[in-house]
Each structure stands twice: as structure tokens, then as C-alpha cells.
Design a binder for this molecule. Sequence first.
Ligand SMILES: NC(=O)c1ccc[n+]([C@@H]2O[C@H](COP(=O)([O-])OP(=O)(O)OC[C@H]3O[C@@H](n4cnc5c(N)ncnc54)[C@H](OP(=O)(O)O)[C@@H]3O)[C@@H](O)[C@H]2O)c1
Length: 420
Amino acid sequence: MPNSAIIPVPELVAGSVTTTGFRSPLRTSIAMKSVHNAELDESVIDWPVHMQRALDIACNVIAANPNPRVGCVITNNNTVVAEGWHIAAGHPHAEAMALENAQAAAEGGIAFVSLEPCNHQGRTGPCSEALIEAGVSTVVIAMGDPNPKVSGQGVRRLEEAGIEVFQLKDFERPAREINPGFITRHQKGRPFVRMKLAMSMDGRTALSNGESKWITGPSARADVQKLRAASSAIITGIGTVLADDPRLNVRVEEMDLSEAQLISNEESLKRQPLKVILDSNLKTPDSARVLQGGRTIIFTNHAEPSNQFAVANDVEVYNCSNGTGPHASGVELHSVLESLAVEFECNDVLLEAGPTLCGSFLKACLVDELVLYIAPKLLGSDAKALLELTGIESMDETLDFDISELYQIGEDIKVVLRPQ
Ligand SMILES: NC(=O)c1ccc[n+]([C@@H]2O[C@H](COP(=O)([O-])OP(=O)(O)OC[C@H]3O[C@@H](n4cnc5c(N)ncnc54)[C@H](OP(=O)(O)O)[C@@H]3O)[C@@H](O)[C@H]2O)c1
């Protein structure tokens, strides 16, 4: 017996959903229906396939910052008639691209979208209106808009126009996974913080004389370039600027992308992430490579950041003072992240710093994901430790993580961890 695609709603006339669309006479008085794959009727058994495809094509781009990555598939009479995805900010949304590709074939069809269609005028028009004008009968989404101020408005507008809207519940988690930064920014008012660290098997990052290039091999370093490209900003500390003189830019030629990836990311890769230095005392040298090319922001502890320094170096300097408490030496990390979210619309930020700043972020519980590259080397116990993290005195106080990915990359190991 096929299951009903409609979860029980008291006023709703029971019935199954078909790919040509089912309209309840009570449609306007009920909210969007959330269904699990196991509840789908045989006639709509292909819905998960189309939603999975919408998620897959959303990932054609490494990032669409400050926008989310979104994919859309339009079907009609059980046939895929068009696809679209958001290639970069300022370009058409996924729904608009798919509708453009579908033309008249969208009428009466079903739009599968990985995120609730927007209902506001941004850089482009509202997608809800475009779907209504195109005459689709049904919209299936994977997740609602994470912005609490607009969440549900796209669905409401579609329903007011008589379009049936469903959420495929089992796709909510994977849909959230492709846009962690966009979701964190809207829900927590700060970016998603991804901390990258490269270390030896014995958890060391540099020899005692400071030499650290290169602990990991070329494949791991190419992967770090992809992490940079996926980020709105790269954060480092003055210690790393002085020790390594990094450029902190995305170098496409080092990313090891396929021809297809290069083509689909042509627009998104035109955008370099912001370079962010946490430097309490403005010790960044004028000659630092990080100041050359691309937008650089320095957060300092100076009561009045020196404009002269900023003008001379074409960088923006902001005060994020830590006050006068016991940890007043560094800049205030919560304020830095809030500023990056609010003023600079940063979704994901990549923390590429040394043991001091990485330790501070961990102590402040501001790390959402840890990406660890482990080289099959031993640097010995006089080499430098991974983190400045003291004061853990019992097993109850350890920082615990879940492993979400673990695989070999070139000659190294990559582990992705999330705090428990
Ligand atoms: N293995 C890796 O993946 C990796 C990655 C990057 C760097 N490194 C290595 O790390 C070494 C440098 O480490 P590091 O610890 O000296 O440098 P760091 O962590 O990059 O920077 C530390 C500095 O940031 C400033 N800072 C500002 N606000 C802070 C806050 N709230 N908390 C903590 N620090 C804050 C402090 O200087 P002020 O007080 O003067 O502002 C602090 O001394 C280098 O040898 C480099 O090669 C390794």
C-alpha cells in the first residue's frame, strides 16, 4: 500500500500527492506540509531524486558569498525540463535560472528547490513571484530560509497564490550542510568559524627554531586553497604574519580543479576572501605580503586606530578592544566575528593562525569546525605545540569533538571535526 505524502492535518481532505499536483479545497487555510521520504506515495517516489539533484547542482559552485548555494530542478509530466543554480552574488537565483531554461515548460510543473524561495527584492527580484508568474503548480523545498526575519514568507506567498508547497524533511540536514556559514550568520549573528591546522603525527606544527614549511604535502595545500575559496574571510594573527609573511589569497592555479569545476566557478572565483589580521598593537609591517592586493582589515586594540597606517597601506583598521580585564592584550573575538557578519556579510571564515590565536578561539567556544591535516612525520618533543591551551585539569574539562570526515589526501591525512 502506498503511503500518503500528506502528514495528517485535521482539516485536510486526505489524498495522495501526484507529480501533476494535487489541490486541496482547504489549501489556503493550511501550512506547508513536511514529509519524510518514507511517507511518499508511489506517484511521487521520484521527488527525492530531484531534490538530491537540486542539492548536487547547488554545489557546482564552491561558494556564492554572501549568498547561499542553491539548486533548482523543474519537472513536468514526470520529466526534468530544466535546472538552475546560483552561480555568484549579483547573478540570477537558482529558481530564476531554471525558469529561464524551462520557459513555457515550467507551467503546471514542479519546482524542487534546495532552499525556500526568497520573497524580497535584493540584487535580483523575488523568486516566489517568478515561480507564480511561470505558473508552476507545486514547489518542493529542502529547508526554510534560515533568516528568522524572512523565514516562511516565500512559502506563504506561494501558498497565497494557490501553489502547493512541501518540505522534504529528510533533505533538511544535507541542505543545511551545504551552507553552514549562511545559516550561522543569520541564526547566530556571526560567521561559521572553520579552523585549519596542519600538524605532524605528534601534534607539532614547527621545529623549535620556527621552521614549518612544509609540514604537509601539495595535495593538502591544494585543499587549503579550496577552503580559502569557500570562505568570505581568512583570519590570522599577527604572530603568523610576522613569522610566515603569508599572502592569504586564493590561488586558483594551486587548487587542482577539474575543467568543469573551473568553468562553473568562473564567476565565484573572481571574488577574493577578505584578509583579516588580529593585531592589538598594529605591528603589521608595511611590507607584509598580506597587505598587497585585495581588501585587508586589521582589528586592533588601539583606542584610536591610526588612520595614517590605514591610508599608507590601503587597509581598513577597526578597534575591537578587549577592555581592561586579564585578557586585555588581544582583540575581542566575539566583536570581531559580529563585525564580520554584520558589516561585511561574512558567511564562512577560515582561521589560519598559530597556536596562540587558535587557542583563544577554542577557549571562547568560537570554533564550529576543525580541519586537521596530519603529516606522517614526527617533529619531536622540542618542536612547537599545536595549540596554546592550558588549564585543562580533569577529563571532564577536555574539549571533545566528533569526527565528521576522515581520509587520506596525498601523503597526509585529513580529519574534519565538529565540537560535541
Ligand atoms: N600549522 C599550522 O596550520 C599553522 C597555521 C598558521 C600559523 N602557524 C605557525 O604559527 C606560528 C605563529 O604562532 P603564534 O601563536 O605566534 O601566532 P598567531 O596565533 O597567528 O597570532 C597570535 C597573536 O595574535 C594576536 N591576537 C590578537 N587578538 C588575540 C586574541 N584574542 N587571542 C590571541 N591572540 C590574539 C596576539 O598578538 P597581539 O597581542 O600583539 O595582538 C597574539 O600574539 C608560526 O610559526 C606559524 O608558522 C601554523
